[in-house]
Design a protein around this ligand. Structure first.
Ligand SMILES: C[S@@+](CC[C@H](N)C(=O)[O-])C[C@H]1O[C@@H](n2cnc3c(N)ncnc32)[C@H](O)[C@@H]1O
Length: 299
């Protein structure tokens, strides 16, 4: 397939089938939230069940996990070495047994670089079998370059945003399970900084990742099985300027006054506790408080 055929396109079809038709090493970063295989017959007490147009979200769990492994390995193939993929999922329970995304992520070709907690602060199901589960997970998956499994460091302005991402669920979107635009903006901007590249979302739904990519001046590739959602995403992409302010709000959080390196060179607080040195006194405490108030301000 030539570049013209996939760049800035949304494919309507099954993710695995479409991915198989795409060339190797064309993507810099991806963000997605697949269907969770949650079972449409399980009711939450606060909101309606998630039901996608034209596709069931309940298949045999083993088959579901095999399919997710295949999809993730295809995304790995089409990602450039050094590229990243952000995979949003959640912990589920079936008949009291935990089903953790790590169960299948460890079987893929990706290096699992980080498990990020997405604190949504609210969720649909409030039964008392467990404490109210208001968090989801975002897995930062990494494709090693030259057998380097660690990869490059993030810029401090991104890394300081921590491994706990606090975004409320998206409410102004008629798709049944969209994520807020701040989520893909944070992921893409943190990896790409000011470089331009290609962003993929193989379950793009209403196109949130693709809008984020467009606002950040990247090319995109989207896939969704539902014609209705592909249309929704196309329409949103045309009107992407309506979402500039929300994306900008997230970008504004990526600032840092002094980098770790600068603080280290100046002998200032770097987060390391060393008894009996000048940092273990009021100077240290003051500096720690400055850093704390700084991070509070950028949140
Ligand atoms: C959680 S939603 C993604 C929502 C998206 N992040 C957004 O912000 O709008 C999952 C999407 O996967 C799509 N889907 C389900 N099965 C699929 C498949 N086999 N291939 C491609 N897309 C699929 C659904 O239509 C749905 O839009």
């Amino acid at each position: 397939m030539s570049q013209k055929e996939y760049i800035n396109k949304i494919f309507q079809g099954d993710a695995l089938t479409v991915l198989k038709g795409l060339p190797d090493k064309i993507v810099d970063v991806g963000v997605t939230s697949p269907p969770y295989n949650k079972g449409e017959n399980k009711k939450g007490w606060l909101v309606k069940n998630v039901k996608y147009a034209g596709v069931s979200d309940k298949i045999n769990e083993d088959k579901y996990q095999e399919n997710q492994i295949d999809v993730l390995n295809e995304v790995f193939r089409i990602t450039k070495a050094g590229g990243s993929f952000f995979y949003n999922h959640k912990i589920r329970w079936e008949q009291g047994r935990i089903i953790h995304p790590m169960d299948w992520l460890r079987k893929t070709k990706w290096v699992i670089r980080q498990e990020i907690i997405w604190d949504r602060m609210i969720a649909a199901n409030i039964r008392g079998w467990r404490f109210w589960q208001v968090e989801e997970r975002i897995y930062w998956l990494y494709k090693p370059e030259n057998k380097n499994f660690i990869g490059k460091e993030l810029e401090p302005k991104h890394a300081l945003l921590t491994s706990m991402w606090r975004f409320s669920p998206e409410r102004k979107n008629s798709h049944p399970a969209p994520f807020p635009i701040a989520l893909p903006v944070r992921a893409i901007y943190s990896i790409m900084n000011d470089k331009n590249g290609v962003v993929i979302d193989p379950y793009c739904g209403s196109g949130t990742t693709l809008i984020a990519a467009k606002i950040l001046k990247h090319n995109y590739v989207g896939i969704d099985i539902s014609g209705e959602y592909v249309e929704m995403a196309e329409k949103r992409l045309q009107d992407y300027e309506n979402e500039l302010r929300c994306a900008q709000e997230e970008i504004c959080k990526h600032i840092v006054l002094k980098t770790f390196k600068e603080r280290k060179l100046n002998g200032e607080f770097t987060g390391r506790y060393k008894p009996n040195d000048k940092h273990n006194n009021s100077y240290y405490k003051q500096d720690e408080m400055n850093l704390f108030s700084y991070t509070k301000n950028v949140k």
